[in-house]
Design a binder for this molecule. Structure first.
Ligand SMILES: Nc1ncnc2c1ncn2[C@@H]1O[C@H](COP(=O)(O)OP(=O)(O)OP(=O)(O)O)[C@@H](O)[C@H]1O
Ligand SMILES: [Mg+2]
Length: 242
């Protein structure tokens, strides 16, 4: 479904260049749950931002179902963005809007009529188990509930890919497990392709079909395990074929 080839991104800072992504190559199969791991500053969020079409890499290509997304613009780019749902590190909810109106936002941006947007947002909140919290403001929601709203907002445009950046790191273990169960259930019931960035390899790795590791912008594949057991991290550059 997604094929990333030779992706590089350097940030030019006052302290000198930061090579956030260095010739990253990997692919994602339709319907799989891919875990992306690595230490702080490794380049994980930069990679997700490139895949979500929010950051432009310096070189390389990203093929989404065979289309090089870096060559797409205008209306085609807008339609492509709708196919990729993103849950950002730290929820990114608007605190002046209720849960329902937060989930309506991507549809409003797409020009949906308010009534239609409210109906779709309501269904998305039902899907994440928040039927009873639609009128709540984010400040009145627990961390797990906020994360569910963020997931509903990412799903409301019915994307084909769901990208989550550290979806459980701010949650206690029990809440984190319930969020992972939710993500797994959505993957199994809709067939949506899921990419999860996390530090919590054991916890999150349990729901991933395949795992990749990134360090200093360099990516290596950890491999896949039919019993969903996370394989040991290889040395950078080592590849395990599935
Ligand atoms: N906009 C930017 N300008 C300059 N440098 C940046 C920018 N965004 C990221 N970087 C740098 O690129 C590197 C990778 O950052 P990134 O946010 O992708 O890491 P990460 O793996 O997501 O880390 P964390 O686990 O802490 O979230 C870091 O060294 C960071 O300082
Ligand atoms: Mg990050």
């Amino acid at each position: 479904m997604i094929s990333v080839r030779g992706l590089s991104k350097t940030f030019h800072t006052s302290q000198g260049p930061v090579h956030a992504l260095d010739n990253v190559t990997f692919s994602v199969k339709s319907g799989e749950v891919l875990g992306i791991y690595g230490p702080s500053g490794a380049g994980k969020t930069t990679l997700l931002r490139c895949l979500a079409l929010l950051e432009t890499p310096d070189s390389g290509e990203i093929l989404f179902k065979g289309t090089n997304v870096l060559e797409v613009s205008g209306e085609d780019l807008r339609r492509l963005r709708m196919k990729i749902g993103v849950v950002f590190q730290g929820y990114n909810l608007l605190f002046s809007r209720t849960a329902l109106r937060n989930v309506m936002l991507p549809l409003e941006i797409q020009g949906y009529h308010k009534q239609a947007a409210a109906e779709l947002a309501s269904t998305a909140l039902d899907m994440v188990g928040l039927s009873h919290r639609k009128g709540f403001m984010p400040t009145h929601l627990s961390g797990g509930e906020k994360q569910r709203v963020a997931i509903a907002r990412a799903l409301v445009t019915q994307p084909e890919v769901l990208i989550l950046d550290e979806p459980t790191s701010a949650l206690d273990k029990r809440t984190a497990e319930s969020i992972l169960e939710l993500i797994q259930g959505i993957n199994q019931s809709t067939g949506i392709t899921v990419l999860i960035v996390t530090h919590q390899t054991e916890l999150v790795g349990a729901i991933c079909n395949r795992h990749i590791y990134i360090n200093n912008g360099v990516l290596s594949e950890l491999g896949c395990s039919p019993d969903r057991t996370l394989l040991a991290a290889p040395t950078v550059g080592e590849s395990v074929s599935c």
